[in-house]
Design a protein around this ligand. Sequence first.
Ligand SMILES: *Cc1c(COP(=O)(O)O)cnc(C)c1O
Length: 381
Amino acid sequence: MGIYERLGVRRVINADARLTRLGGSKMPDSVLAAMAEAAESYVDMVELQAAVGFRLADLTRNEAAYVTTGAAAGITLAAMAAINRGDLRLVARSLEGELPERRRIIIQRAHRIPYDVVVRLAGAEIAEVGNALQTFGWELDAAIDERTAMILFITGDHLQSGALPLAEVVAIARARGVPVVVDAAAQLPPVDNLWRFTGRGGVGADAAIFSGGKDLRGPQASGLVVGSAQFLAAMAVNGSPHQRLGRPMKVGKEEMIGLLAAVERYLELDHTAAIADLERSVARWIDRFGSCPGVSAVRQFPDEAGQPAPRIRLSFDEAAAGLDGATVRQRLWEGEPRIHVAADGADGISLSFGTLDGDDQALVADRLTEILVKAAKPATT
Ligand SMILES: *Cc1c(COP(=O)(O)O)cnc(C)c1O
């Protein structure tokens, strides 16, 4: 009996994105081996964080890198760094619950997402600029004043329509001495995003933040921050192992070493071949399900997080197929094995193939066929 079965917890075959609520990603052997070895010794954590950061910076063509316990933790620590700039007098006041006036974080309205609120843990106030459809440079410039601590930029193709582009935001912020931090949590692939926002030859943001537990397939509780040495040093001042406000977001030695192993592996992968693989899967599924009665199958690109990777959307005409998207989803989830697919509108579901390995993809296709056959009305003669 497996470790989950003993607890009565069902395993999930995940045909969707790498989601926190489904356990993030599956770690490759090289990452697991590195974490197991890291767990075998005591080590000086400040020294380890610095050495891992140095190596990650080198690998990602950045001035500096810092490991957090997830991208969301990276956003909170970035907000702390922007507010106290790592100045120990301001840090000391923050421990007494006193924050400087300069604690506003500007976010474009077109960028508002459920994760951005974590800046409030740092005591930040959120100031929105622009509207849901557009932001102008003059609006951003006018929104910056002596209370502005940072601009949080959420990246991803699906959020950029109408938003001011990063290069313009950085130019305006630079002129006013305000740091720009990019939430790029789900923006791998493409791999060059690791240096495109912050690194040598990049757009010039102060920091970019990635999830370790998504496409990188590092530990679920890890995040990668890359960027300027000065800004990341201010983040570290607030973070563990120091007994300061960032302390609850402790990063273990296993996560630091595991994330490093994951980034090393990721840089060696053939990403073009991986995308071509996804395209073949999508084409195969369109072939197989597009001709089923009442089912329509279309390729989606970019994917749900705006990444340059294809997915598939299947929609169901209830009268012809005998069931709707929500029912298909429910039957996949309740069946054996348990399968998760994304809801996509009232009549549809959508699937990614990057999370499926071995026989998983064939298994999901067979279960879906079974569900469709059972629901099909018997042909009238
Ligand atoms: C996933 C995600 C996060 C949170 O990342 P964690 O590593 O799970 O903390 C933050 N922002 C965006 C845009 C995300 O997609």
